[in-house]
Ligand binder design. Structure first.
Ligand SMILES: NC(=O)c1ccc[n+]([C@@H]2O[C@H](COP(=O)([O-])OP(=O)(O)OC[C@H]3O[C@@H](n4cnc5c(N)ncnc54)[C@H](O)[C@@H]3O)[C@@H](O)[C@H]2O)c1
Length: 316
């Protein structure tokens, strides 16, 4: 640690990693001292010769306090395993992995190596989503019905869509994780999900309905093609018959996820820096495991053509 800034290495400078790099470079909390990128190092890093570039995590040979993982989701587990031999603190983009077994393995590996692991669920840092949670707690009420919107824009090319992981893993995971936030990590009884192929050869839109006891139903609508609107919003009917909304304000209906969530992405930096400064422990493991249980169940339901399936909780 130099001064008050923590020294970190960023793995992956692709679509999100390059945006992260620009936030780190401007940060008061984090000093970006290294990048691990086997293929395409982003320009803002190339422009700064003091940032060391490595091809793999094993190659890192400079003193660092933490590693930030922005590699594609399918490489998270292997990167976490390597990173946990190098540092005491790891921050990983969402989702940690698409199966509960892998999420568990990631946290177990970190626990055994005395490493803290945190996942980048940045929507939980959004004041709108937080205000709904605060209303539920302060009024001692729960959600009766909800409709989550995940409308993505700009559209990503079909080749890229195929590398991202399916829409439940890559996009709807945010909504599943928010549902764990609002439902205090309780899983639903049933899930019904439909994947829609708009012509790209992959599901680029999807819906999912999660059924809880007492006729509580939470619905998610997700699409990669928001048609010039990036919309992360939520409408809730509470058990005391109030309608709550967030994310519908014009400034929140933006054209890109970077613009919509820039303030929320920025909040993740001091959060991680403080974990490092205070030698904090791992974050919310259960919500990460449950999110991947929902990803798996939704994928299965959609693969079965939208079959309503009971949630099976794996023995981990
Ligand atoms: N929080 C959010 O809203 C949000 C938004 C977008 C992406 N993400 C997450 O960020 C992660 C990256 O997504 P992306 O869209 O930037 O992907 P991407 O494919 O654009 O970028 C990934 C980068 O990682 C590099 N890479 C691959 N293997 C690597 C390895 N072993 N070590 C180091 N670098 C490696 C690739 O060369 C590439 O440059 C995913 O997990 C995704 O789910 C989160």
């Amino acid at each position: 640690m130099q001064g008050n800034k923590v020294r970190i290495c960023l793995c992956g400078t692709g679509r999100l990693g390059s945006f992260r790099a620009s936030l780190f470079i401007a940060s008061q909390d984090i000093e970006l001292v290294g990048v691990v990128e086997p293929f395409r190092v982003c320009q803002s890093v190339l422009d700064r010769p003091n940032i060391k570039i490595f091809k793999s995590v094993e190659e890192i040979n400079i003193p660092i306090d933490g590693i930030w993982i922005s590699t594609p989701t399918k490489f998270h587990l292997q990167t976490i395993k390597l990173a946990s031999k190098k540092v005491k603190h790891i921050y990983c983009e969402k989702p940690i992995a698409s199966t509960p077994e892998e999420v568990k393995e990631a946290y177990e590996t970190c626990r055994k190596n005395g490493v803290s692991l945190h996942c980048g669920w940045m929507r939980r840092r959004d004041p709108g989503y937080q205000s709904i949670k605060e209303y539920l707690i302060s009024n001692n009420v729960s959600i009766q019905r909800a409709e989550f919107h995940s409308f993505d824009w700009p559209i990503v090319p079909p080749e890229f869509l195929k590398t991202l992981g399916n829409i439940f893993t890559d996009l709807m995971c945010h909504d599943f994780n928010l549902i764990m936030y609002y439902m205090n990590n309780t899983l639903p009884k049933y899930i019904t999900a439909v994947g829609i192929d708009g012509g790209a050869g992959v599901w680029d839109s999807a819906t999912a309905s999660l059924e809880y006891p007492n006729n509580v139903v939470l619905t998610i609508i997700a699409t990669r093609n928001g048609n010039k609107v990036y919309d992360n919003s939520l409408t809730v009917l509470t058990s005391n018959s109030q309608i709550l909304e967030c994310g519908k304000e014009p400034e929140n209906l933006t054209e890109t996820f970077m613009k919509r969530h820039e303030k929320n992405f920025k909040k993740e930096l001091p959060f991680f820096a403080n974990i490092i400064r205070n030698n904090g422990t791992s974050g919310d493991v259960l919500s990460c495991v449950n999110t991947s249980i929902l990803i798996q169940a939704a994928t299965r339901s959609a693969t079965l053509g939208g079959k309503r399936i009971p949630l099976v909780i794996p023995k981990l």
